[in-house]
Design a protein around this ligand. Structure first.
Ligand SMILES: C[S@@+](CC[C@H](N)C(=O)[O-])C[C@H]1O[C@@H](n2cnc3c(N)ncnc32)[C@H](O)[C@@H]1O
Length: 188
């Protein structure tokens, strides 16, 4: 990770809390209806950061749904805890998913927003496989990602990455150098 998310300075965490809602606003606005939630779903927000998206999703889960926020950064996860303190249907998961024994077939939807480009090439595939194993058979994964190299991942490369682990999908919305993708397991 080029950014120090694990031990962010106070000023970096503060900057992130302000920057993410402003920069992400138009993409979250596209993502929320695309999720097609009825409020009963079990959702994983992988790399939940300071919880900007989590705060929007939790409001949609009023019919017994649950939200799991997973992040490597304790400081960021603590910010999510604070933001969502009034909700009892949230799980906070700290650490590396590859070192956890997460149950397979758990989540109806998984959101991964602006996270994949922070994961080193060598571990990207294995890590995504661990994430996908937690998805229910008919579940869906929604990704928002920077597309312009060197910081981002080109559209084709991102689709191929998911194709390589048995998912098919496409870009649903694009603005400048950022895209929203939807993936699901390939049907045999
Ligand atoms: C740019 S922030 C995006 C946060 C959030 N998804 C959003 O939309 O604002 C990237 C987040 O991914 C987390 N992250 C990076 N690599 C991770 C990994 N391997 N496992 C879990 N979280 C990770 C970082 O700690 C950070 O909180």
């Amino acid at each position: 990770m080029p950014f120090n998310f694990k031990n962010p300075s106070k000023s970096f965490a503060w900057f992130y809390s302000l920057f993410c809602p402003i920069y992400g606003r138009k993409f979250y606005k596209e993502l929320l209806p695309a999720l097609k939630l009825n409020g009963t779903e079990s959702i994983l927000d992988f790399g939940s950061g300071t919880g900007v998206l989590a705060k929007k999703i939790i409001k949609e889960l009023s019919n017994g749904g649950t939200l799991s926020c997973l992040d490597l950064s304790e400081a960021f996860l603590n910010r999510v805890r604070k933001k969502l303190r009034k909700y009892t249907n949230v799980n906070y998961i700290l650490g590396d998913i590859q070192e956890m024994n997460m149950s397979s077939n758990t989540f109806d939807k998984i959101v991964i927003t602006w996270v994949i480009h922070h994961i080193e090439d060598e571990v990207r595939l294995g890590l995504l496989q661990s994430i996908v194993s937690t998805l229910k058979p008919n579940g869906e994964i929604y990704v928002i990602e920077f597309l312009a190299p060197p910081h981002g991942i080109p559209e084709i490369a991102l689709i191929e990455l998911f194709n390589g682990i048995g998912l098919s999908g496409r870009i649903e919305y694009r603005k400048k150098n950022t895209g929203l993708f939807e993936f699901k397991r390939k049907q045999n």
